[in-house]
Design a protein around this ligand. Structure first.
Ligand code: PMP
Length: 405
């Protein structure tokens, strides 16, 4: 039987960017030790106190169908968190609980786009973005965030992209950013907000890393003038509370959009398990201690990255203002990010993501997730530098030899 075009085109034979991860897993399965710095997954488990609440809630009966848009107490807790962080009045009706930020991104694009509409994403982008838009029936166009701007997005470039694609209805941004580590400044966000208002775009703001800001401050574009009515914020417990497997996220936006996405939830997921929601509510109302504990290792390892690459003659790390990743320019090795990642895996048994997995603007980079304990992580960084130096010397010798010919 024929698979529908919509599903068939989500990936459609394109490289989905996860090849190195699959190779690393295959090596591991055959008993070889690999330091896995690919996926944004903590090396620490969910806090046992959160699991206790989950367990108690399940035993107390929260195993039945839960309210589809989310239990009231959790919607209220998310509304309170978002309001405290952004200053924008936010009520239960502005919050939909979904099974993870990824489901939130999909719902937000089904809300913003009709079939055939264009959604803009920023290159470099999180690897699932293009497929998510295609799954929602959209066409994807990219707007480049440039390395010379520290990967901050220019509002003018958004306007140009929207004008070049009259069917453009949405822009998806992500700050703190995966993969680049950029945290958008207020000025950047004002430029983006101006562009969205000028060209009448929905702004989908992926803020799943909002708890992991190392430099500057997290600003939600929903808080900028005239933006609450056209912004859908996607948030998640995955990264800030080490709850990746619990699949709990949210979308915050205008109440009519939330109600429409709740209809979608009724006909797709039918909600999120009640015991997970109870645990999330407890965690969110516990104050900052739990989230701070989750963020602490990344804060420490970010310093290790900065120290490992500081002043290096040719390896450049993008400004690491937030999130769980280091985005390193390895072009001086003369290799693509993919080729470099393959050599690194083969020679040093270290798995990182090729920059090309995140779009054209990521070419010649690798993304290192800060997800191994400090000693192993520090050793892996030294190995990355050593492999890159050896390859760069080889590349310049070849270059020199070719020039001499
Ligand atoms: N957005 C970004 C930028 C991400 O990196 C991720 C996960 N890696 C997600 C969304 C989805 O996270 P989750 O579905 O676990 O909430």
């Amino acid at each position: 039987m024929r698979v529908s075009q919509r599903l068939g085109t989500i990936v459609a034979g394109r490289d989905d960017g996860w090849g190195v991860l699959y190779s690393a897993r295959a090596l591991r399965a055959s008993g070889i030790r690999v330091v896995d710095l690919t996926v944004g997954e903590h090396d620490t488990p969910t806090d046992p106190a959160i699991l206790d609440v989950m367990d108690q809630a399940a035993r107390a009966g929260a195993t039945r169908y839960a309210a589809v848009p989310g239990i009231d107490a959790l919607r209220d807790a998310v509304a309170e968190r978002v309001q405290a962080q952004s200053g924008v009045a936010t009520a239960r009706e502005n919050v939909l609980i979904v099974p993870g930020g990824q489901a939130g991104l999909f719902a937000a694009h089904l809300c913003a786009l009709d079939a055939g509409d264009v959604g803009l994403i920023v290159d470099p982008y999180y690897a699932t973005y293009p497929g998510t838009l295609r799954a929602a029936g959209g066409h994807v166009r990219t707007v480049t965030a440039r390395a010379v701007d520290g990967f901050q997005l220019r509002g003018d470039d958004v306007v140009s992209a929207a004008e070049a694609a009259p069917q453009a209805r949405s822009l998806l941004v992500n700050s703190p950013n995966n993969p680049t580590g950029a945290v958008y400044t207020r000025r950047t966000l004002e430029g983006i907000a101006d562009a969205c208002r000028e060209t009448d775009l929905w702004l989908v703001s992926d803020e799943v890393y909002d708890g992991q800001v190392w430099d500057g401050a997290h600003v939600s574009p929903r808080a900028l003038p005239g933006m609450a009515e056209r912004t859908l914020v996607v948030g998640s417990m995955s990264k800030s509370y080490a709850m990746t497997g619990s699949r709990l996220g949210w979308v915050v936006g205008p109440s009519a959009a939330i109600a429409a996405m709740a209809d979608l939830a009724t006909h797709t997921t039918y909600g999120v398990p009640g015991f997970i929601q109870e645990a999330a509510r407890w965690a969110l109302t516990e104050g900052d201690t739990l989230a701070d504990r989750v963020a602490a290792p990344f804060r420490r390892r970010r310093r290790l990255v900065v120290a490992a690459f500081a002043g290096h003659p040719f390896l450049r790390v993008a400004p690491m203002q937030g999130g769980m990743y280091a985005f390193v320019d390895i072009r001086a090795t003369g290799m693509s990010g993919s080729a470099f990642a393959e050599v690194l895996l083969a020679e040093a048994r270290i798995a990182v993501m090729p920059g090309e997995s995140f779009g054209q603007a990521g070419a010649g980079h690798i993304r290192i997730a800060m997800t191994a304990e400090d000693d192993a992580f520090g050793a892996a960084l030294s190995a990355v530098v050593a492999v890159a130096e050896r390859l760069a010397i080889g590349a310049s010798e070849t270059g020199a030899a070719e020039l001499g010919r």
